[in-house]
Design a protein around this ligand. Structure first.
Ligand code: HEC
Ligand code: HEC
Ligand code: HEC
Ligand code: HEC
Length: 245
């Protein structure tokens, strides 16, 4: 093998290794690895559907249409009603911020996807298309999961990871990003060292790519930063990515 061939072979090996391990290595060591190998306490046990990392959230076929904003979503239907939005006077009403920007009346599907496990009511073990031959249930079915038997919902226990259905004490989501309001920077502003984003525009979601949702601040796959943050919040760097305060 001459030097150039050797260099090409080595480069190829590094590139392919990077391509194949990037996402997987990230999620494996996080609390979102719900297979038996997961590091958390909420996960499948060795006797269950436990050898796949993605299937509690995604499916290659037959994905749920009730979460249009979440790619190939593998969780059963869930109601969009019953949430209290940030700054809202009550349930199922649009809220308002100090700058006067209204939240949407209902949580958008991008954030609903997270809340389909984090609302404390929906089943973490709800699956539309279980891995393997067959196993498709359009409305979703509760699979056997840890100490929870098949047919029973395993819900998020009380604590800080249970965001709940009251979003009035959480940073606004399903809200339009209005440049200038609350000192929000231009959407073309470059971001350095963020997971999956090189400008503020990359953080925004929805049909018009102008909404802040859970995925604006979190990447549910990453182990780069604690609590799945797209940028470590050292010196409040995450907040300062959008707010020029
Ligand atoms: C805990 C739930 C969860 C698990 C587990 C999960 N994902 Fe995701 N994934 C999401 C959500 C939510 C989004 C949308 C994120 C956003 O809006 O940025 C997403 C987006 C994606 C995207 C498109 C956006 C991007 O970041 O490239 C790909 C590709 C993807 N996931 C692949 C995977 C693969 C492969 C696995 C398994 C190794 C996996 N996901 C496991 C929740 C999950
Ligand atoms: C399939 C179910 C599921 C989905 C979907 C899901 N999560 Fe989680 N998430 C969990 C579980 C289970 C935990 C561990 C909770 C615990 O142990 O208290 C967790 C933990 C977390 C944590 C805490 C991490 C830590 O290290 O402390 C964050 C942050 C989080 N999730 C954010 C999100 C966001 C944002 C989304 C959507 C983009 C999302 N999750 C979607 C199941 C899910
Ligand atoms: C504006 C940015 C932002 C948005 C939007 C956002 N989060 Fe977070 N989230 C954070 C930050 C920052 C932390 C870490 C806070 C801390 O260390 O206490 C966090 C922490 C969390 C935690 C872990 C709490 C803990 O202390 O273990 C969960 C779970 C979580 N977020 C879920 C969500 C969900 C679900 C949504 C959408 C409904 C969401 N987040 C929207 C910024 C955000
Ligand atoms: C992805 C961009 C983004 C990030 C990152 C972000 N915010 Fe925001 N924030 C917004 C948007 C959009 C609003 C709504 C502004 C408006 O009123 O129009 C907002 C509003 C606020 C408000 C005002 C709420 C009100 O009632 O007027 C506060 C306070 C705030 N954010 C704090 C934070 C903090 C603290 C962080 C870091 C943990 C953070 N934000 C990270 C986009 C972001």
């Amino acid at each position: 093998m001459n030097a150039i061939t050797k260099f090409r072979t080595l480069s190829f090996m590094f590139l392919t290794a990077g391509a194949f391990t990037f996402l997987n290595a990230g999620i494996t060591t996080t609390l979102h690895n719900l297979s038996a190998t997961g590091t958390g306490t909420i996960k499948a046990d060795a006797t269950e559907m436990n050898d796949e990392l993605c299937s509690y959230c995604h499916t290659p076929h037959g994905a749920s249409s009730s979460f249009a904003g979440a790619p190939l979503w593998n969780k059963g239907t869930m109601t969009t009603t019953g949430f209290t939005m940030y700054g809202a006077a009550g349930v199922d009403l649009a809220g308002s911020t100090i700058a006067g920007t209204n939240t949407d009346q209902y949580v958008n599907s991008q954030s609903l996807a997270c809340l389909s496990c984090h609302d404390g009511v929906s089943g973490i073990n709800s699956i539309v298309n279980a891995p393997g031959s067959g196993g498709y249930v359009a409305a979703g079915a509760y699979v056997d999961f840890g100490a929870t038997a098949a047919g029973t919902a395993k819900t998020m226990p009380a604590g800080i990871t249970q965001i709940g259905k009251d979003l009035s004490n959480d940073h606004p989501v399903s809200i339009t990003y209005t440049v200038g309001a609350a000192s929000l920077v231009a959407t073309t502003t470059a971001l350095t060292g963020w997971v999956g984003a090189s400008t503020v525009a990359d953080l925004l979601r929805g049909a018009a790519s102008n909404k802040v949702e859970c995925g604006s601040c979190h990447d549910p796959h990453t182990s780069d930063n604690a609590t799945f943050l797209r940028k470590a919040n050292t010196g409040s760097a995450l907040c300062l990515g959008c707010h020029n305060k």
